[in-house]
Design a protein around this ligand. Structure first.
Ligand code: NDP
Length: 237
């Protein structure tokens, strides 16, 4: 199989687990992150003919260049995963404007830019599949995460609208909305306290989210869907 899957945020955490799963299934991977060394290490660990690229998703020219480079070296991108994300948790009254902008730019604008860049090829080839990684807080909201929640809620509206725009071109767009998952992003959280509020009683693992992402990437009759992977957290929110 020589189908190409681009994973933005593929150097660590959830994106890295998605890349590992897709590589095991025989896809060619493009691992993209700001830190090229991290992306190279992740691509190298996949053990095949996979490539790493440095890109800040919040910068349009970076995203455009990365798609040009990916097409030059790997061929057309058939699958796109947007797992690049940051959080700057704080109550709104204490949130600096620069932290609002960086979260919105990375989590929301970044996915818009990569989806737009992917469209040209996907429309030409009359097919493609995109999964954007949202969050349960984008659906339910969370105190101390108003801007992050807005970025993830916006991603749902964006993904569903885009799914409608491009369905006739056989391009599918879906969202996976995780709850708490063990990654660098959650390493400073008080798990002992938080897990009491999760019906399944624990944080999730990256592979458990990755399976949901890959399922949606490969499901030919699902588009505009939001798949929650949160150990039942939403039941209590
Ligand atoms: P990690 O912090 O483990 O990894 C984040 C990844 O995104 C890294 O590869 C990082 O690489 C990359 N990244 C960050 N900013 C940018 C940028 N501007 N441009 C390109 N790449 C970038 O995060 P997680 O794996 O935990 O999160 C993945 C996604 O899942 C995020 O969108 C997050 O919001 C979401 N999520 C995570 C949850 C969790 O509990 N972990 C829960 C719900 C949602 P580099 O720093 O080198 O750029």
């Amino acid at each position: 199989m020589d189908k190409v899957c681009a994973v933005f945020g593929g150097s660590r955490g959830i994106g890295r687990a998605v890349a590992q799963l897709m590589a095991r299934k025989g896809y060619r991977l493009a691992i993209i992150a700001r830190n090229l060394e991290g992306a190279k290490a992740a691509a190298g660990d996949l053990g095949g003919d996979h490539l790493a690229f440095s890109c800040d998703v919040a910068k349009e020219h970076d995203v455009q260049n990365t798609f040009e480079e990916m097409e030059k070296h790997l061929g057309r991108v058939n699958f796109l995963v947007n797992a690049a994300g940051i959080n700057r948790d704080s109550l709104l009254v204490r949130t600096k404007t620069e932290d609002m902008i960086s979260q919105l730019h990375t989590n929301l604008l970044g996915s818009m830019l990569t989806c737009k860049a992917a469209m040209r090829t996907m429309i030409q080839q009359q097919g493609g599949s995109i999964v954007n990684v949202g969050s349960i807080v984008g659906l339910k909201g969370n105190s101390g995460q108003s801007v992050y929640s807005a970025s993830k809620g916006g991603l749902v509206g964006f993904s569903r609208a885009l799914a409608k725009e491009v369905a006739r071109k056989k391009i599918r767009v879906n969202v996976v909305a995780p709850g708490f998952v063990h990654t660098d992003m959650t390493k400073d959280l008080k798990e002992e306290h938080l897990k009491k509020n999760i019906p399944l009683g624990r944080f999730g693992e990256t592979i458990e989210v990755a399976h949901a992402v890959v399922f949606l990437l490969e499901s030919p009759y699902i588009t505009g869907h939001v798949l929650v992977v949160d150990g039942g957290l939403q039941l209590l929110l």
